[in-house]
Design a binder for this molecule. Sequence first.
Ligand code: TXA
Ligand code: MG
Length: 321
Amino acid sequence: MPIDPTLIAQAAQHLLRGGLVAFPTETVYGLGADAGNGQAVAAIYATKRRPAINPLICHVPDLPAARALADFSPLAERLAAAFWPGPLTLVLPLRPGAGIHPLVTAGLTTIALRCPAHPDAQALLRAVGRPIAAPSANPSGQLSSTRVDHVQRAFSDQPNIVILPDSQSPLGLESTIVDGCGDTPRLLREGAIAREELQELLGGTLLDASAQQSSATGEATLKAPGMMRRHYAPRKPLRLNAHDVRPDEALLAFGANPIAGGVATLNLSDTGNLLEAAANFYAMLHQLDNTAAASIAVMPLPNHGLGRALNDRLARAIAKD
Ligand code: TXA
Ligand code: MG
């Protein structure tokens, strides 16, 4: 069902007055601010308790709006043509004078750009007429929000945030981030577009995040800074690659033969479908995190397609700070 246009108009006004708006995208919810308003962007960092060295993704309604903010190489044009609007974020050289507050990019000379496909995100971007800086709508380091109740719970003490309702089921996993600054694309974050899909388009030339490469801006290219530390973590401890369940554990299962036992079981996909698993991933972790279990055991997930991105999130969730 399409969203009530008055909600979009009110949310757009709130953004233009420097307020924060949580809005659905086809990946996860974003917590948005006017990307040209330093105070509003600072409020994102404060609300999420996000370290100010971790830059934000800037959302635009279409390719022309993106070209006004960053320099697009032929490679970047090709990626945008193939995957926009959609769950791909491109890191590109920031155009000087683009009107993006330096807090958005954490002072870098590059900017992460994303053109979301979700109709409500599109409607909001067009109503505002300005780029919206938006990280995922969750406290820094914690589980991302795929449904409106996750956002409401995460920011229940922040009455000034306008939260748009959810109107369709999301892909459930953050966008794939590609650094398009150098001659060869680098995959900075696995996400809703599988590595195999990118490689099919690019003909196999895709570097890993750890690969060093000098960028078009002359600045050593960065890893996605937020990808290096503990992230995406539920409050309860996780136990990965579980082949058994302890009596006081909850189980995040996968496939046709879930292990028996434990306090509660949720199955990411009983047919072993990774698209379905991605869509359920954060919502099920939120649910199991709210049970009486002492910890959450997770069955092994295949390491191909979207399974790679899910395994990446799980590995970061158990990482030490
Ligand atoms: O699907 C998504 O991408 C969601 C929706 C709301 O669009 N957004 C999202 O934002 O996941 P966030 O802040 O949770 O993750 C953004 C990542 C961070 O790891 C950040 O370090 C990286 O993008 N990033 C942003 N700007 C960058 C830049 N200029 N260079 C390298 N990495 C950058
Ligand atoms: Mg995030």
